[in-house]
Design a protein around this ligand. Structure first.
Ligand code: FAD
Length: 393
C-alpha cells in the first residue's frame, strides 16, 4: 500500500475500492516521478511537454469512464480520483486530460455513431491522437447555448462557418469536436473536424497567467466542409451537450480538490523545514491555524467530490448537484491556494514551489466548465424553480 499523503487526513482512501486505490497509486507515482520535476519549467515556457504523452497514454487515463473501444472503463470515482492525482502535481495536465477525455471523447462516446466510436476512440484512448471540445465562441461564453457558428447542409456533408475561443488542446488537436447551429433546424449539432480540413485554423492564445502548459486556441472556420459521416448523429440540441457537461463537471470539480491536496502537502513539509525566530514556521500559532484551515477545506472538498460520484453512480446526480459541487469546491480551493501562498512568504510567488503555480492555475478553473456564478445559478434554478438567467434554447 502506498503511504497516504498528509492531505488524506480523514483516510478517505477507505472510501475507494481496492482497484480504485491501486489506480490512484499508479497515477500518483507516475506524476511524482515523470511530471513533477519538469512542470515548473514547462509552465514558465508556456509549452506542452509532448514527450510525456506516450507514457501518459500507457497509464490509461484517457477515455476515463468510457467502456469499450480501447477505453479504460473506470468507475466515475476512479476517474475522478485519478484526475485529482494529476491535478495534485499539475493542473494544466489535468485540464489537458479533462478536455481530451471527459469533454471531447465523451461527446463522441455518448453522441457518436457506432462507426465513429470505432474509428476515433481507440487511438484517442491511447493518446496517439488528441482531440478538443469546441463550444465557447468570442461572443458566447457563459451564454454558450446561443452560439453563432453555423452548419449548413450541402451535398454529402455540411459547411461550417464561424469562430471558437479558448478551446483547450486546439492548436495541436488531430480531430476537433465542434458545435455549430444547424441552419435548417436552428438547433445545435456536433461535428468531428480533422485538423487539416481546408478553411480551418487554430491559433494558440498567448500571454496567459495561468494553466500555461495547456494550449488554448482561437479557431477560425471558413467554409469548412465536414462529410455526413462526421456529424454526431445523437447530438441534436444543447441538452445533449449538457449530458456530457454533467460528467465533465464532476471531473472539473476534482481538479481543485487535487490542487488543494498538493498545496497542503507542500505547505505541511515547508512549515516544518523552514525556521524563523529560532523555530520551525510550523510552531507558530497563526501558521498552524492557516494550515489546519487548508486541511479542513481539503477534507470537505474530498467528501463533496466523493458524494457527487456516488450520486452519479446511483443515477441520482442532477445538474444542480454537480454545479453546486464544482462551484463550492473551486471557491474553497481559491481560498486554500491563497492561504498556501501566504504561508510560503516570498517563496509563495516562485514557480519553484508549486504553490505559486497552483495560485495562478486556480483562477481559470474557477471560470471554466461554467463560472462560479453560472454554476450557482444553475443550482439556484433547480432549488427554487426560477431561472435567473435565460438560456437561448
Ligand atoms: P463571460 O460569460 O463573459 O462572463 C464574465 C463574467 O460575467 C463572469 O464572472 C460570469 O460569471 C458573469 N456572468 C455572465 N453571465 C452572467 C449571468 N447571467 N448572471 C450572472 N453573472 C454572469 N471552452 C470550450 O468550449 N472548450 C474548452 O476547452 C475551454 N477551455 C477553457 C480553458 C481556459 C483556461 C479558459 C479560461 C476557458 C476555457 N473555455 C473553454 C471557455 C470557458 O468555458 C468560458 O471562459 C466560461 O464559460 C466563461 O465564459 P467567458 O469567459 O466568456 O465569460
Amino acid at each position: 500500500k502506498f503511504p497516504p499523503c498528509a492531505s488524506d487526513y480523514y483516510q478517505s482512501d477507505d472510501l475507494l475500492t481496492m482497484e480504485e486505490q491501486a489506480f490512484r497509486v499508479k497515477v500518483r507515482e507516475f506524476m511524482e516521478k515523470e511530471v513533477a520535476p519538469i512542470m515548473a519549467e514547462y509552465w514558465e515556457k508556456a509549452e506542452f511537454p509532448f514527450h510525456v504523452i506516450p507514457e501518459l497514454g500507457a497509464l490509461r487515463v484517457a477515455g476515463g469512464t468510457i467502456k469499450g473501444y480501447g477505453c479504460p472503463g473506470l468507475s466515475i470515482t476512479g476517474a475522478a480520483i485519478s484526475t485529482a492525482e494529476i491535478a495534485r502535481v499539475d493542473a494544466s495536465f489535468a485540464t489537458f486530460i479533462l478536455v481530451h477525455s471527459s469533454l471531447a471523447m465523451l461527446t463522441i462516446a455518448l453522441c457518436g455513431s457506432e462507426a465513429q466510436k470505432q474509428k476515433y476512440l481507440p487511438s484517442l484512448a491511447q493518446l496517439k491522437t488528441i482531440t478538443c471540445f469546441g463550444l465557447t465562441e468570442p461572443g458566447y461564453g457563459s451564454d454558450a447555448s446561443a452560439l453563432k457558428t453555423t452548419a449548413t447542409k450541402v451535398e454529402g456533408g455540411w459547411i461550417l462557418e464561424g469562430q471558437k475561443r479558448w478551446i483547450g488542446n486546439a492548436p495541436f488537436a488531430d480531430v476537433l469536436v465542434i458545435f455549430a447551429r444547424n441552419t435548417t433546424t436552428n438547433q445545435i449539432n456536433g461535428y468531428i473536424v480533422k485538423k487539416d480540413a481546408p478553411g480551418l485554423t487554430a491559433t494558440k492564445i498567448e500571454n496567459k497567467i495561468a494553466l500555461r502548459i495547456v494550449q488554448n486556441g482561437d479557431i477560425l472556420l471558413k467554409k469548412v466542409f465536414v462529410p455526413d459521416d462526421d456529424r454526431l448523429p445523437d447530438l441534436n440540441s444543447f441538452q445533449d451537450i449538457n449530458k456530457v457537461l454533467a460528467v465533465s463537471r464532476v471531473m472539473a470539480a476534482w481538479i481543485p480538490v487535487g490542487i488543494s491536496m498538493g498545496v497542503y502537502d507542500m505547505c505541511h513539509r515547508y512549515l516544518k523545514e523552514r525556521k524563523q525566530f529560532g523555530a520551525p514556521l510550523a510552531a507558530f500559532q497563526i501558521n498552524q491555524q492557516r494550515l489546519v484551515q487548508i486541511l479542513g477545506n481539503v477534507q470537505a472538498m474530498i467528501l463533496v467530490g466523493w458524494r457527487l460520484c456516488k450520486l452519479y453512480e446511483k443515477g441520482k446526480m442532477t445538474l444542480g448537484h454537480v454545479s453546486l459541487g464544482k462551484a463550492w469546491i473551486s471557491l474553497r480551493s481559491r481560498e486554500t491556494v491563497a492561504l498556501g501562498r501566504e504561508l510560503l512568504g516570498g517563496n509563495g510567488i516562485l514557480t519553484d514551489f508549486l504553490v505559486a503555480k497552483a495560485f495562478c492555475d486556480l483562477e481559470p478553473i474557477y471560470t471554466y466548465e461554467g463560472t462560479y456564478d453560472i454554476n450557482t445559478l444553475v443550482t439556484g434554478r433547480e432549488i427554487t424553480g426560477f431561472a435567473s438567467f435565460k438560456p437561448a434554447f
